[in-house]
Design a protein around this ligand. Structure first.
Ligand code: HXC
Length: 285
């Protein structure tokens, strides 16, 4: 297996090959955060199955990510809406048929738009709850039998000590304080965090972990583009982050690799906030 040189998408601290012989199943894997997570996983030896609604975008992302490492296998399954359990189940089965297993799962598919409650129709609120919360539930439900199988091999981790059987959802920090114009997303992500806690309790005894990563403002994402177009100046927005900078896709990739690596195997039922402490100033201070 030969690896291209490490670049800005992943920090240098992770050993090559830690995800060898492991498979990642990720919804929303063609989005900016999902692609960064998948790229890191594949770069470190794993194969991946990317699920998305848009066929062209999903297949193109899979092709691009596969280039990161010689011999990488990245399957792009487009036309799958996470609101359909049956579609997700078929995608999970196909992933196992083609790549051999599902060892890691990221529920990353999300819907978002900026709107006040007065501008949210009941159907708009419901759409986001269905994509984010129910989509996360469907993803867990469709893949849990495969994760149980993967985790049962825990006594025999690969040569890097990496064990399978890990869930990760992509959350947010809005619900810690409440967030104007994001009532729908805030409610959806609160439910996701709660769901991951229950998964950790029910499936911890199987050797499975279930956590969330909660990104703050991350440069190079759709969310940041929307924020950047708001009335508040870029400089004032940056000043509001205690760490003095916005996050990068690499920050999220590194957090994901930590949680999936042998170093993260006792972290369970929690949320790793990657936001430079920004949420502590949400709504003032
Ligand atoms: C108010 C809106 C709206 C808007 C859509 N709706 N956009 N309401 N303001 N800007 C309403 C519609 O009018 C409709 O209600 C309902 O939402 C459902 O819309 P549909 O288009 O029929 O649904 P669907 O095709 O399923 O689209 C779902 C979606 C869409 C969430 C609305 O935006 C989407 O698919 N997004 C996926 C990609 C995405 O947003 N990714 C963002 C990830 S970034 P009615 O009543 O008319 O039927 C992220 C972090 C961002 O999550 C952080 C930003 C600060």
């Amino acid at each position: 297996m030969s690896f291209p040189p490490r670049s800005e998408y992943l920090s240098a601290v992770w050993a090559d090959g830690i995800f060898a012989n492991r498979v990642l199943f990720i919804t929303g894997g063609a989005g900016s955060i999902g692609s960064a997570q998948t790229r890191a996983f594949v770069r470190l030896g794993g194969n991946a199955c990317i699920i998305g609604r848009n066929v062209q975008k999903t297949e193109a992302a899979a092709k691009e990510i596969a280039k990161i490492r010689d011999g990488a296998r990245v399957l792009g399954l487009g036309g799958v809406d996470v609101r359909s359990f049956d579609a997700l189940k078929a995608a999970a089965d196909r992933c196992v048929k083609e790549l051999g297993s599902i060892d890691f799962v990221i529920a990353g598919a999300a819907g978002n738009f900026i709107a006040p409650i007065s501008g949210l129709s009941p159907n708009a609120f419901k759409a986001v709850i269905e994509i984010d919360t129910i989509g996360t539930f469907n993803t867990i439900k469709a893949t849990i039998p495969y994760l149980i199988e993967s985790a049962s091999q825990n006594p025999n981790p690969n040569s890097s000590g990496t064990t399978g059987g890990r869930f990760l959802s992509v959350s947010a920090t809005f619900h810690y304080t409440g967030m104007p114009l994001q009532a729908h997303v805030s409610a959806a992500k609160a439910a996701i965090d709660s769901l991951m806690g229950s998964v950790a309790l029910e499936y911890g005894p199987y050797g499975i972990t279930a956590n969330s990563v909660a990104p703050g403002g991350i440069e190079g994402t759709e969310g940041m583009e929307r924020l950047a177009s708001s009335a508040i100046s870029r400089e004032d927005q940056t000043k509001s982050v205690p760490s003095g900078r916005w996050g990068s896709l690499r920050d999220i990739a590194d957090a994901t690799v930590f949680l999936f690596s042998d170093a993260g195997n006792y972290v369970n039922g929690t949320t790793l906030v990657v936001d430079g402490a920004a949420w502590r100033r949400q709504g003032g201070a």
